[in-house]
Design a protein around this ligand. Structure first.
Ligand code: ATP
Length: 355
């Protein structure tokens, strides 16, 4: 990677709670973000992603660590002096001001000339697809349009980095999908570096150039969506990103077995570490399982067959464990409920995970 635009170095932050305890919200977090990158901070509620975003914004100060932008430290600067802007989940628009006034607000504060402000507001309205809406009040807009105004208000200042804290979470699913595509396009068109917080793994996968998965105040994996999906670093990531079947397995002398049945080496992913003897966990993605006409790696009984349109989800009981195979909805034969089936896996797809 070229010299990163934003360097986050060993950031730690502990909060003192009103109950008198402490919470380690960030534990020695380091992250390099490239110019023009769309990076997603993903993790379950309470894992520290908002705290990191607020620390970059200057709304929170870390206990230790540094944040550098273009090689210069910004963590000691007040929020208003940092070349970053934030879009909040709650939009935080001024209700008594028009759309144009809301968008112009940051430039008015900088005391720019009236003509320049008007020109930049018009440009921004085009960017956020709200041309002609400048005179409306926020209450006269839909939720999606209000979110665009919040975005416009942040973009007009030409930030080096735009910080977005769950900006789409108040929108319904369909609108949210549409806004995800638009936001990604806008980011690519403007070339502004985006740091986007979400707890929705599908949103993270569809938008991020890279995803930083957080757990309990730490970054557990930083990768492209594809790499993260195919090669999750541990059980937490495998379970959190996409759907996965997890099984206990035994490893002895480099041989992996599930319920005493040996898994052929050809099925194991290239990076499988099978050196250690003992118990571990294997992960198999549902789309990597196939119903086999001959002896497979697992035998079970079909519990449910669910047609979802583009696919068929087959739930199979392997002893007391339930696993899911996702088959194409046409072109393959689908077993009936109650049928005895053999399951096989596509070559090089089974992963052994660190727990
Ligand atoms: P969410 O998705 O729910 O917003 P998050 O991953 O963004 O979660 P943070 O908001 O960063 O999580 O919070 C991390 C931890 O720090 C949580 O345990 C939270 O309760 C705690 N925390 C956050 N802000 C404060 C505060 N001002 N005082 C005390 N504890 C706080």
């Amino acid at each position: 990677m070229a010299e990163p635009l934003l360097k986050i170095r060993n950031i730690s932050k502990t909060y003192v709670t009103p109950e008198g305890g402490t919470v380690e919200a960030l534990k020695d977090v380091s992250l390099d973000i490239a110019q023009g990158e769309f990076i997603v901070l993903l993790g379950p509620s309470g894992c520290g992603k908002t705290t990191l975003l607020r620390t970059i914004a200057g709304l929170e100060y870390p206990d230790s660590g540094e944040i550098l932008l273009d090689g210069k430290r910004i963590d000691d600067q007040p929020a208003y002096a940092r070349p970053v802007n934030t879009v909040f989940q709650s939009y935080a628009l001024f209700p008594h001001m028009s759309v144009a006034e809301n968008i112009a607000f940051g430039l008015e504060m900088e005391k720019l000339g009236k003509e320049e402000i008007a020109r930049r507001v018009e440009e921004t309205l085009v960017q956020i697809k709200l041309t002609g809406y400048g005179r409306r009040k926020p209450s006269q807009l839909s939720g999606g349009q209000q979110q665009r105004v919040a975005l416009g208000r942040a973009l007009i200042k030409g930030p080096r980095v735009l910080l977005l804290d769950e900006p789409l979470s108040a929108l319904d699913l369909k609108l949210r999908r549409g806004m995800q595509v638009e936001l990604k396009r806008l980011q690519q068109d403007t070339g502004i570096t985006f740091v986007f917080v979400t707890h929705d793994q599908e949103e993270a996968m569809s938008m991020g150039d890279r995803i930083a998965v957080f757990s309990d105040g730490e970054v557990v994996q930083l990768d492209t969506p594809r790499e993260m999906y195919r090669n999750p670093a541990n059980r937490f990531v495998a379970d959190f990103i996409g759907e996965t079947n997890l099984f206990p397995c035994e490893i002895h002398s480099g041989v992996v077995s599930i319920n005493g049945d040996e898994i052929p080496a050809r099925l194991l992913a290239g990076n499988a570490v099978v050196g250690d003897n003992g118990s571990s966990v294997v992960a198999i993605r549902p789309e990597d399982l196939v119903i086999s006409q001959s002896q497979g790696i697992l035998a079970g009984v079909v519990r449910d067959v669910i047609f979802t349109g583009s696919a068929v989800r087959v739930h199979v009981m392997i002893g007391t464990e339930e696993i899911v195979a996702v088959l194409p909805s046409h072109g393959v034969s689908v077993p009936e409920r109650g049928a005895q089936v053999q399951l096989d896996a596509i070559d090089a797809t089974i992963r052994i995970l660190a727990s």
